[in-house]
Design a protein. Structure first.
Length: 97
C-alpha cells in the first residue's frame, strides 16, 4: 500500500476519533498498525481509542508499545495520562466483579 493511502487511513482514523466514533477509528488504526507496526503515533491513538471504548487492557498494551517505538527524549506526558486512565478503568472493572 502506498504512503498516501496510509496517510489517508490515518487521517480518517483521526477524524473518527475526534467526532466520537472510536470503533471506526480503531478499525482503521489497526489496519495502519499492521502496515506500520513501529509508528508511535498509531499506537498513541489506538491507546486513546481503546480507552474511549472501555477496553483498558488494549489501551495499556498500545501505550506500552508506544513507549517501545518512541524516540528518546520525546514528550510522553500524554501517553502516561492515557495509560493512567486505562489503569484506573481496569482497576474499577476488576473491583466491580
Amino acid at each position: 500500500m502506498d504512503k498516501s493511502l496510509r496517510q489517508w487511513l490515518f487521517s480518517q482514523a483521526t477524524y473518527y476519533l475526534e467526532y466520537l466514533q472510536p470503533c471506526k477509528s480503531i478499525a482503521l488504526l489497526e489496519a495502519v498498525r499492521r502496515l506500520e507496526p513501529n509508528n508511535p503515533d498509531v499506537h498513541r491513538m489506538l491507546s486513546y481509542a481503546y480507552l474511549k471504548v472501555d477496553k483498558p487492557e488494549e489501551s495499556i498494551k498500545s501505550a506500552d508499545r508506544f513507549m517501545q517505538c518512541v524516540k528518546p527524549n520525546t514528550d510522553v506526558r500524554a501517553i502516561k495520562w492515557i495509560k493512567g486512565r486505562a489503569l484506573l478503568k481496569q482497576k474499577k472493572q476488576t473491583a466491580d466483579f
